[in-house]
Structure formats: C-alpha cells, structure tokens
Design a protein around this ligand. Structure first.
Ligand code: GLY
Length: 288
C-alpha cells in the first residue's frame, strides 16, 4: 500500500510535509493516526492561520474556542468542542479517544480533562488576530460585515498497512455566538472514517455539514459503490438543492478511500487541498 495524505487548504501543504516522514517511515510502520495528528498540530501551531489553533478567530465575546476531532478505522473517535486555552485541540481529542470512556468533551469539562492529562494552558489570541477581529467588528457596525472565512484543517491519511484515519481542527467562524459549536467535532458531520471504505471531512460553513451529516453521507455513498468524486459531488449537490445555502456560504468535502483514491467537491470556487503520495507534495484546486 502506497501511503497518501490529504489536507484542506493551502496550509495543508506544510501540514502534509510535516506529517510525511511519519506516514512514510522506512520500516513501513508509518501510522495514519500519528500522521493526521501531526498534520493538524502543524496548522494549530501556526499563528498566521486565522481559523485554527493559535491565532484562531475569537467569538463575539473575544474568546478563542476550539473544536477538533480524530477518528481511526475501527470507529474509535474522540473530539472536543468549545475548548479554550489549549493550542493542540486535536491531541486533546485523541486523549479523549484513548484515555477516557467518552467520545466528546465540551467547554470547561474539556479543559479540565486536558489539564488533568498534562496539557498546558496558554493564551491563543494573538495581537494580529485581535486587531483583525476589532477591524471586523468596526466593519460590522458600519454595515459591511464579512465573516465568511473559516478554513478548518482536515487531514485524511492511509498508511502502508492500509489503515486509514482522519483528524480536524478549527476555531470556527469569526463572528460566532459564544457557545456555538460547528461541524468539526461532530463525528459524521465534519469527519467520518469507515475502515472498510475510506474517510471524509468537511470545511466551510459548518451548519450546512451538520444538517445532513455530510461526511458520514459521503463515506456511506462510497460504501454503496459510488466513486469518491461522485459521493462528494452528490452530497454537495444535495446541500445546494435542498438546503438553499446563502450565495456566500462555502462548504467543501474531501474524501480518501482505503485504496488511496482522492476526490473533493465544493459549493463555491476557491477550495483547494494538498495531496502527498508517491508522486510528491502538491496542491489540487477544486472546481465548483
Ligand atoms: N467548518 C468549521 C465551522 O463551521 O466551524
């Protein structure tokens, strides 16, 4: 099995590069689970990525709350919602999966759990993101708000043993109400993995993915025989036709099969993902 990793948006390219040595370890022992966690951690650490981890967008109260999830090919999963003060939300999600009896922890409980298993608390709101946030608030007061930018990182990987895994992390959309949770930590909406079929993840306006359990739907359609491209496109078409999204609302779906086939579809132009495999590291643009 030739390993493959895909990660959403341009920040996915450096994420894939960071994860590649793990996935393609010379002894053939590369782990998809370790690779997707490493890819997402890389983006969470980057203060210039405004929608994930450190430097992520705050909510309307000015608080940076993070959502993240991770899932393996045996339906084991963990996620955190509205987690504050811990940069590597994806690793807390993995700890929920591996070190608790639960699948999802939220808010103060997620933070208490993270601290109890050794994560450190730190400030995530950077001066740059605060300045951007205040500028957006001024725009909103002037009647020209533009809050439609939320570029969740989703990484999906299949390793040399054929194991597949997925992980995701986001701070959610900028002007969200305090307490809003998006699709990212909701297994089946923002992320889903079936070890016999493949994996899928969502980025963009989370409420659209949540209303149809978009990632599970993509994987289920692949399980019923659809190609990854047909599965992603058919779910995007359904969202466009039946949910009537606003013209500025983006949603993109990315899928990877256990055989290493990759596809994506999006409501709007502009979505791209990074793909790394035997042919190297590259960006792939997706037509809407
Ligand atoms: N897709 C990320 C969010 O809506 O929060």
């Amino acid at each position: 099995m030739i390993p493959t990793i895909v990660s959403t948006w341009p920040h996915g390219l450096s994420a894939n590069r960071a994860a590649w040595p793990i996935l393609s370890a010379r002894d053939g022992d590369g782990s998809a689970m370790d690779a997707v966690e490493a890819a997402v951690r890389h983006v969470e650490s980057d203060p210039d990525v405004r929608s994930v981890g450190r430097g992520g967008y705050p909510d309307r109260l000015g608080r940076v709350t993070l959502d993240a999830a991770i899932m393996d090919d045996a339906f084991r999963c963990g996620s955190v919602a509205a987690l504050e003060g811990v940069v590597h939300a994806v690793s807390v999600a993995r700890a929920v999966m591996e070190r608790s009896e639960h699948a999802l922890l939220a808010g103060d409980g997620a933070l208490e759990f993270a601290l109890s298993v050794g994560f450190e608390r730190e400030r995530l709101l950077t001066a740059d993101t605060l300045a951007l946030y205040e500028a957006k608030q001024r725009e909103a007061r002037a009647g020209t708000p533009n809050f439609e930018s939320h570029d969740t990182v989703v990484s999906l990987a299949v390793d040399p043993s054929g194991h597949i895994a997925g992980a995701s992390s986001t701070s959610g959309l900028m002007n969200r109400l305090h307490g809003r949770v998006g699709d990212t930590p909701i297994i089946g909406s923002g992320l889903y993995v079936d070890g016999e079929v493949g994996a899928a993840g969502a980025t963009g306006h989370g409420e659209l993915a949540m209303r149809v359990a978009a990632s599970a739907l993509v994987v289920e359609r692949m399980r019923c025989g659809a190609s990854p491209l047909d599965a992603c496109r058919s779910v995007i078409d359904m969202i466009r036709d039946r949910l009537s999204p606003r013209p500025d609302q983006q949603l993109a779906l990315l899928a990877l099969t256990t055989k290493g086939e990759v596809a994506a579809a999006a409501l709007l132009p502009g979505f791209a993902y990074a793909q790394s495999d035997a042919e190297g590291h590259r960006m792939v643009s997706v037509e809407a």
